[in-house]
Design a protein around this ligand. Structure first.
Ligand SMILES: NC(=O)c1ccc[n+]([C@@H]2O[C@H](COP(=O)([O-])OP(=O)(O)OC[C@H]3O[C@@H](n4cnc5c(N)ncnc54)[C@H](O)[C@@H]3O)[C@@H](O)[C@H]2O)c1
Length: 383
């Protein structure tokens, strides 16, 4: 039987645009009968090398443009993956929705709360469209184990959950400034806007909604080279630790949720982790050691972590053998697979949905409160 095809346009052909293209190119990897993504249009600002990479590798591309409305006006495009700098999210996402295309957008889904609210208002006018935000790390098999385990309630009563994302590339103080370090383009949230949703996806999905936040934000690198021989101020937040309190819907008890987003974490390349500590059991997973799932059962005085090596199977089964390893690109493909399953309208039993627009809005309310908390030194309620 011919599988349904969804024709995608990509706006933004940088780091993430290419990752999306590569995932689509090896769709045969997934054993799933949801619709198949086909790349028919691409748009970026001006980089010809990036365009050439796409046109060389994707014979299906029909539209190549630097004007994103060309993709929105085309009847050869059903859905858009949009990966552009944060100050462009509001306008482009709203235009995508008005053109009647499904949207897989990138985080933080608007540069600030105001932009996100305007995107949310437009979404409510298009209930027929699927709108989701990118976040791939919950699709690692180890992260899947964590969410399955949380749902089983084996932790007893939650004591603390720590969810974080650590980078170290900014430890190099000679790294030239780019748009991710410029407030006007990246946003006031700094590292929280860049990395925050990655740390919030699983907690929010588990029903853990922060009631208040106390934020500790750091600006460590005060200047950076601008790549043209000068030194310029670097004003974005490098590191953030948010301490929050949530109610656990499974027990009705309150616990501490700590969300860490750090651009200057010595030794960490792109480390996403989640740790769940409970009275009866605890688990932890980190992409630093992607085959390892750790669990601990509290049965008496002495407790010890058990490490098990896990295989590559995530939510959507794949052709990969059971003893092989899983990586970033696999998680990104699984995330798009979840988007395709959502589009199929027969959601798979085991699916883990992409971040919803409502979850991006909660994220913005949390991060806006975090800025206020740091500025005032107080803990701030999240309305
Ligand atoms: N999911 C993830 O793991 C992850 C990782 C990195 C970045 N991101 C997010 O992806 C988005 C893009 O980040 P990136 O690292 O790919 O950036 P990038 O700088 O590598 O690429 C940005 C792209 O946007 C294009 N662009 C800029 N202005 C444009 C315009 N007006 N019209 C069309 N194209 C335009 C540029 O030409 C470039 O191709 C951001 O929202 C970022 O937060 C997500």
């Amino acid at each position: 039987m011919q599988r349904k095809k969804i024709r995608f346009g990509i706006i933004g052909l940088g780091l993430m645009g290419k990752e999306f293209g590569s995932a689509v190119a090896r769709w045969c990897h997934l054993l799933d009968d949801s619709p198949v993504p086909v790349l028919t249009g691409i748009c970026n600002e001006k980089n010809m090398n990036d365009r050439n990479w796409f046109t060389t590798n994707f014979p299906s591309i029909e539209i190549v443009t630097n004007a994103y409305r060309d993709l929105l006006n085309s009847d050869r495009v059903d859905a858009i993956y949009c990966a552009v700098p944060h100050h462009l999210h509001e306008q482009i996402y709203i235009d995508i929705l008005r053109s009647g295309k499904h949207l897989l957008g990138e985080k933080p889904f608007g540069i600030d709360l105001d932009a996100n609210t305007k995107i949310m208002e437009e979404i409510t006018r298009h209930p027929e469209l699927l709108v989701r935000c990118s976040s791939e790390f919950p699709y690692f098999p180890g992260a899947k184990r964590v969410t399955d385990w949380i749902k089983s309630g084996k932790y007893g009563q939650l004591i603390e959950v720590r969810s974080g994302f650590h980078h170290a590339s900014d430890m190099d103080l000679n790294k030239p400034i780019n748009w991710k370090r410029i407030i006007d383009i990246n946003g006031e949230y700094g590292c929280m806007g860049d990395l925050g949703l990655h740390t919030q996806h699983i907690p929010f999905r588990m029903g853990w909604k922060p009631k208040w936040v106390f934020a500790d934000l750091q600006k460590i690198a005060e200047t950076r080279p601008n790549g043209k021989g000068n030194t310029v101020p670097c004003l974005t937040w490098d590191n953030a630790v948010l301490t929050t309190r949530c109610d656990d819907p499974r027990t009705g008890k309150e616990f501490t949720l700590v969300l860490e987003t750090k651009r200057m974490a010595p030794g960490q390349t792109n480390t996403w982790f989640i740790e769940v500590y409970g009275t009866l059991g605890s688990v932890k997973f980190s992409t630093h050691d992607p085959k390892a799932f750790y669990f601990l059962e509290t049965t008496g005085k002495e407790q010890g972590w058990t490490r098990i090596d896990i295989g590559p199977q995530s939510f959507i089964p794949t052709i990969t053998g059971g003893i092989f390893e899983f990586g970033f690109s696999d998680s990104f493909q699984q995330m798009i697979g979840a988007f395709m399953q959502d589009l199929s309208q027969t959601p798979a039993v085991n699916s883990f949905r992409n971040v919803t627009p409502e979850e991006t809005h909660l994220s913005h309310r949390l991060l806006t409160a975090a800025l206020e908390s740091h500025a005032t030194g107080r803990r701030i309620s999240i309305s």
